[in-house]
Design a protein around this ligand. Structure first.
Ligand code: F6R
Length: 362
């Protein structure tokens, strides 16, 4: 049942090119997007509020960058356990969007119920479509990841991102924000993702070697800028939940506002930086870390490694990927790093202590 893998998590990481390819085959028809979203028109909304917990919340934070940049739409993201008790006003023309792998997370369900009768429309991005959150939504967008058994979410995260990206493109189209040929370019890039993911997975051995060294650390920092910032949060969450190593994710620009005080030669600092418009800024933050003796693991593309790899403790090279899609691809080295660090520490990868796959209590 683990398909020859040692853990469900390893199987689910390895499955990503296939499940993502299948999801795309399902949602991309000819040269357009076909989401099961009858009557959904983003011209009807001024605002989207996205609510979720944990990894699903980080998928929402990535999506915020996409919706703002590609569709020019205001997005607020909240964690369900805060949102539901805060009594946030829901103005008219708001789409409320809930993201959940299990569809049973108690706080996310309660946040959905709070929006009933307030938001213009309630949609959910769900893996388990026979679930409470799916049942109570006006509109369900299945991520089609297949059963996810490992407690740490992996393929559900990249499939959530995929559906959210398609939704951002639909929002851009509905709001006439796309230039001639832009949609085709994005879709073409999406279709290349499964292949790029295979390249990323092929580096599992290199990642395992780095992870072995990381597994000896007491604290680890993850840094990213732009849509790689939520990836830094996700990388840190994945590492702490299965290897029990203390890890924090920060926006690179926040480093000098506090966390740089933690940096010394015992703290690996994992910098996730594809060469995009923000690359130079991230590299200058990375150099601040190195100037303080920090051990930098740079995860970048070949061009980034050429430009900034010198002096780094280690470098992991991902294939080049169009900027907007980098968070989906870079999720893989983050997952592999956590997985191999946990294996090196001998923890129970699929059933980490104190955690449940579906959090149905508040
Ligand atoms: C982390 C993880 C959790 C879940 C969170 C939400 O690896 O799996 O943080 O993402 O408990 O669960 P769902 O998506 O089922 O609502």
């Amino acid at each position: 049942e683990k398909g020859g893998h040692r853990h469900f998590m390893a199987k689910e990481i390895a499955e990503q090119p296939t499940v993502l390819g299948d999801a795309l085959a399902h949602y991309l028809r000819g040269d357009g997007i076909e989401l099961p979203a009858p009557g959904l028109d983003f011209a009807d909304f001024d605002r989207v509020v996205m609510v979720a917990c944990g990894t699903a919340n980080y998928a929402c934070v990535v999506a915020k960058y996409w919706f703002e940049q590609i569709a020019g739409l205001t997005v607020e993201v909240d964690i369900a356990s805060e949102f539901r008790y805060r009594e946030p006003p829901i103005p008219p023309r708001t789409l409320a969007l809930f993201v959940s792998q299990s569809g049973e997370t108690a706080d996310t369900l309660a946040a959905l119920r709070y929006c009933e009768g307030k938001a213009s429309r309630i949609a959910s991005v769900i893996n388990v479509t026979e679930s409470s959150i799916a049942r109570e939504s006006d509109l369900v967008l299945p991520i089609r990841a297949g059963a996810e058994i490992g407690v740490a979410s992996t393929k559900a995260f990249t499939c959530q991102l995929t559906v959210l990206f398609l939704l951002a493109l639909k929002a851009a189209a509905d709001r006439s924000r796309l230039e001639e040929g832009e949609l085709e370019e994005h879709l073409e890039a999406m279709r290349r993702l499964p292949g790029l993911m295979n390249f990323a997975l092929a580096q599992s051995t290199e990642v395992a070697a780095v992870a072995k060294a990381v597994s000896e650390a007491r604290d680890v920092l993850f840094l990213g800028r732009g849509s790689m910032f939520p990836l830094a949060l996700e990388g840190a969450l994945k590492l702490k939940e299965i290897s029990y190593i203390h890890a924090e994710g920060y926006a690179s620009g926040e480093l000098k506002h506090g966390p740089i005080a933690l940096v010394d030669k015992t703290v690996p600092v994992i910098v996730m930086a594809p060469t995009d418009g923000l690359f130079d800024k991230t590299v200058s933050n990375m150099q601040e870390v190195m100037a303080r003796g920090g051990k930098v693991l740079l995860i970048t593309d070949p061009e980034g490694a050429r430009a900034a790899g010198e002096g780094c403790w280690k470098t992991l090279i991902m294939p080049e990927v169009p900027g907007a899609l980098a968070p989906i691809l870079y999720a893989l080295p983050a997952q592999l790093l956590a997985y191999h660090a946990a294996v090196a520490k001998g923890t129970d990868v699929d059933q980490p202590r104190n955690l449940a796959k579906s959090v149905t209590v508040e």
